[in-house]
Design a protein around this ligand. Structure first.
Ligand code: NAP
Length: 438
């Protein structure tokens, strides 16, 4: 039997994901060798504290605090430390040394991805990051490889499990945001400082990566319009439910054509209403899913666990096996194709449907005045529902209006809402939410 070549694998980080990657590399060594045609030898694990207790029992002699030296001697480097530095410097150093790199570091990719991609291209090595978006779900490789002969028109993703858990709790129990967040923290779905999740920053980093691969153009974090879920109220959720809708935090990347035929890509993260029958509405708890529309393939949906040490390790190992196979077979490595130059559109140019909740005086002619204002601003109403309320003390009647529009631009909608606020019959605008999938 021919002796298999050995490829040295340096692991940077041994936390939730890194510990599981180390375990699988050791436990499944024979199967991985059979699949790659090389033995993947874990040559060392760089951490901050070599004596810390780990989730998995691993040989103590593998641990080191000297990540730089470990990287210099590796064929494949797995970066699972997180954060910007020293991860960035170590990845660049690995690429310059000719090592293939696998990472799950969406924060780094969203902030400085282009520098890393360019370095990988220059060195002719592979930089893979399947774990950076939607954990275990194979989504980047299908976009980059399987759909590379098609044209993606739109990507809608539930890519943050924490916010999906919180919104799902609010939907199923009627809880307010703060109580649902506390429950998510108690169950370990949300961090003590939940800012990156609830303000949408984590989803925005993933949106930038999804948009870059889907539209073959580099989009950075600053191209992503981002709104989190902290202002979503129990009343919004109840009204949505009543209208047959559900609120999800979506990462959206879609190609739009303006009135002059110019094309651009709108990349955004915001709470979005979806019809309850939409496939993404069925994504409950901390699960993730990505819904893709492509010209030829039509609609596709990818669903699964978006986080967790072992599920995320599956994505990391997939990238590692793929990079190792290429090292064994030889030939150039490819990171991504950024052949397109589609401009990123500002949020004002995005078009979507809207749900608008209004508290109005119950007087004759109010509906007609509101409908006329919408028409004057070029926003067409799809449905308008009215519910009458009587205040028990004052005995004064008011009406709650729920309007769903056809697709309109953000700018037109904003102008309409401003104009509506100026009407003397309007008590308040109770909510303005974007709607997809109607
Ligand atoms: P984690 O549990 O916080 O583990 C981080 C590890 O990196 C620890 O072992 C830590 O060492 C080590 N480390 C951190 N800074 C270091 C430094 N300056 N020098 C040497 N070692 C250092 O992180 P994680 O949850 O496994 O996440 C790792 C990466 O995967 C992140 O980029 C994350 O965004 C991404 N990711 C995670 C998930 C998930 O479900 N957790 C899902 C998708 C993607 P010590 O142990 O000694 O402190």
């Amino acid at each position: 039997m021919t002796e298999l070549r050995t490829l040295k694998v340096a692991l940077l980080g041994c936390g939730n994901v890194g510990a599981q990657v180390a375990r699988i590399l050791i436990e499944d060594a024979d199967a991985l060798a059979a699949r790659t045609g090389a033995r993947l030898q874990l040559s060392g694990i760089a951490v901050r504290n070599v004596n810390a207790k780990r989730d998995v029992e691993l040989p103590q002699e593998l641990f080191t605090t000297d990540a730089e030296t470990l990287v210099k001697d590796a064929d494949l480097v797995i970066e699972l430390m997180g954060g910007i530095e020293p991860a960035r410097t170590l990845i660049l150093s690995a690429l310059r040394n000719g090592a293939c790199v696998v990472t799950g570091n969406k924060a780094l990719l969203a902030q400085d991805g282009p520098t890393l991609y360019e370095e990988a291209d220059k060195a002719g090595v592979q930089l893979s990051y399947e774990a950076a978006v939607a954990g275990a779900i194979p989504i980047l490789r299908p976009i980059r490889d399987s759909l590379s002969g098609d044209r993606i028109t739109r990507v809608l993703g539930i890519v943050n499990g924490t916010t999906n858990f919180i919104l799902d709790q609010m939907d199923s129990t009627g809880a307010q945001f703060a109580d649902a967040l506390a429950e998510a923290q108690r169950l370990g779905y949300a961090e003590a400082d939940p800012t990156a999740d609830v303000e949408g920053h984590d989803a925005a980093a993933k949106a930038a990566i999804l948009a870059t691969l889907s539209f073959h153009t580099r989009f950075a974090l600053e191209n992503v319009h981002c709104e989190g879920i902290t202002s979503v109220t129990a009343a919004d959720i109840a009204a949505a439910k009543d209208a047959g809708l559900v609120i999800k935090l979506l990462a959206i990347a879609e190609k739009l054509t303006d009135a002059d035929g110019g094309e651009g890509v709108s990349v955004r993260v915001h709470p979005t209403l979806l019809p309850r029958e939409h496939p993404l509405a069925a994504v409950r708890g901390a699960f993730n899913a990505v819904f893709i529309e492509a010209e030829n393939a039509g609609e596709l949906m990818f669903y699964g666990q978006g986080a967790g040490g072992t599920p995320t390790a599956s994505a990391v190992l997939g990238d590692l096996v793929s990079a190792a196979r290429r090292l064994v077979l030889g030939g150039p490595q490819r990171t991504e194709t950024t052949t397109g130059h589609v401009p990123a559109l500002p949020i004002a140019a995005a078009t979507t449907s809207y749900y608008i909740g209004l508290d109005v005086a119950d007087q004759p002619g109010v509906l007609a005045r509101i409908a006329q204002l919408f028409a004057e601003h070029g926003v067409s109403i799809e449905t308008m529902r009215q519910t009458i309320h009587r205040d028990a003390e004052s005995n004064v009647e008011s009406a709650e209006l729920r309007i769903v529009t056809h697709r309109a631009s953000e700018a037109a909608l904003a102008a309409t809402v401003e104009a509506v606020k100026g009407l003397d019959v309007i008590n308040s605008v109770t909510s303005v939410l974007r709607v997809e999938g109607v």
